[in-house]
Design a protein around this ligand. Structure first.
Ligand code: HEM
Length: 134
């Protein structure tokens, strides 16, 4: 297996395993009474997965001597990955504000549902871009 193929394998495996956590976060956020720590650990693991996706994507660009980073699909993919991360970080801050008593827990849960739904949509769009390569 070439280093490129190995990096691609890590990229796609992380897409399946870590990005599934984003969907799990949406399902958990929809249930009333689940401790915020549960959502938080899912979101943090998903964020680590996003870093791996970004790093492996850039390594694939390196292995192709920079042939990828000029492509539109590659840049759009980075955009959707960053948008996913931004939604998860926003939701994490909502939880922190709830813990400090600034936000009502039920209002915070609704925000979590919206932020998680946006994150799921961004991941789906990233996959579309990776596969279709517009
Ligand atoms: C939410 C984030 C992402 C997801 C879910 C995702 C998912 C995928 C999937 C499923 C493929 C395989 C496509 C196929 O074989 O038809 C792929 C390929 C690829 N991705 Fe991503 N990706 C993400 C983010 C990124 C980022 C941020 C970069 C760049 C920094 C990137 C770079 C690449 C490259 C270069 C390939 C092509 C590998 C090849 O076919 O040789 N991806 N991605």
């Amino acid at each position: 297996m070439t280093p490129y193929a190995l990096t691609r394998l890590i990229h796609v495996t992380t897409a399946v395993l870590a990005m599934g956590l984003v969907t799990a976060g949406l399902l958990v956020a929809r249930i009333r009474g689940v401790p915020p720590a549960v959502w938080r650990s899912l979101a943090r693991a998903a964020l680590i997965g996003l870093v791996v996706m970004l790093a492996t994507g850039l390594v694939m660009d390196y292995f192709t001597a920079g042939a990828l980073h000029g492509a539109r699909w590659f840049r759009i993919g980075i955009g959707w990955a960053l948008a996913t991360a931004a939604s998860l970080i926003y939701a994490d801050r909502v939880i922190a504000r709830t813990a400090r008593g600034v936000l009502d827990p039920e209002a915070a849960r609704k925000r979590l549902v919206i932020a998680s739904a946006i994150a799921v949509t961004c991941v789906a769009l990233a996959v579309v871009v990776m596969v279709r390569r517009p």
